[in-house]
Design a protein around this ligand. Sequence first.
Ligand code: BG6
Length: 493
Amino acid sequence: MTKRTTRGPDQPPFAFVLFGGTGDLAMRKILPALFAAHRDGLLAPDGQIVAVAQTALDTGGYLRWVREHVKPHIAGAPIEDSVWRSFLERIVYVMLDASQPQTYAALRDTPATTSGRRIFYLATGPALFVPICRALASAGLTEGSRIVLEKPLGYDLESSNAINDAVGEIFDEDQIYRIDHYLGKEAVQNLLALRFGNSLFEPLWRREWVESIQITVAEELGVESRGQFYDQTGAMRDMVQNHLLQLLSIIAMEPPRSMDADAVRDEKLRVLRALKPVLGDDIRQNVVRGQYHAGAIKNTSVCAYHAETGVRQGSSTETFVALKAEVENWRWAGVPFFLRTGKRLAGRIAEIVVNFRPVPHSALGPTALRPGSNRLTIRLQPNESIRLSALAKQPGMGMTLQGVHLDLAFDQFFQQNRMEAYQRLLLDVIGGRLALFVRRDEQEAAWRWVAPIIEDWATQASLPKPYAAGTWGPAAASALLARHNTCWPEEEN
Ligand code: BG6
């Protein structure tokens, strides 16, 4: 049933100004998320959405576009007509050229932007971030406003600093919301709950008891329609610099004093700053980059990365990364964190595996030393779950141990719908909650850590290691773990 709430202190009137209003992100994620928030009664009744783009349309034309292109991306129960109509009533369209300051008068003169809290959501390429901020400042639209920046924020440390410096001249840090949509996932929130809501794991969550940690974000998708963008970006910038390092920092952080935005972000930052730099020979030893070749996903043939539209001939862009990271602090010294992500892999899985050390002496025979026997697997998607793997005695004579699991499937335990990441994050922006957004210093620390690896690759004549689409990546990724006497979960028998 549709849930309605009255407007509380968290729901001030707002003008949500969406730059890139006819773009892919607006169509697939942002407008569907705003619709879901509207449907669930979580938006202030007088909140408005001002879609901004260069396309010559009026509001009527834009609403037809929304009907045709956005509606199919809205998940959940069939949409009630009245709810859809009232959603459309919130939307106005303003045509402007984001790179031309003189066109911003149209935005300033839109009644929606003159009252309530202004939120500027830049769902555009990063090249437009600074011009938009400057034009908003000249139009007198920045005071008390919030700005939301989509990733990628820059291309490397230098360009991300340049953007942050320029945006920082116009907006204070507490007006800036840098999106990493992984932080809005229910499952990622649950990591915080698991770690800091239970005393059970805390004593074990350290080098004395943890042998290694693996973080995998695997996708079946290829580069889809984003070949050109992706070819300039690659998996390290697209996924590792942000999503994977954010997951690592949440897994490895010290308990924060509270869930206040800065209390959490201070602790994540400490982890990112404690990452051991991967330099020189270490890169060859401990970082694997791969690129997919033709193969099959769910029995359907798919083309090689090279053959994707928008990809340069002979491109050396990586579509896969596996690496060993280390956190140099008292808690984690010496514990390898293996990170892996890639496109066109054998499954869509995001999970974190915490491998605990085997018993120091096996009074029960060699089966008690089996790898993977004491392990916590946190599955983030699909089918969010937590699995504790342990050993138990097989029934019968003798003492043969066998792996058993304690499983918690969240969708079975909780009947409520899970909130989509974007919905949560947009509501947080509207409500002024910064905890799930990346602070500038975190972003810098993450860039600083990936930079030497990216720079080293740029000087290498060698190409990324090939892997067939539909597999788990290049053999070198398995060899990396084998050198540390372990393996990826799917390689266990
Ligand atoms: C985005 C990347 O940030 O995350 C995409 O740019 C990737 O390349 C996507 O496909 C994965 O997100 P999710 O939520 O589907 O795991």
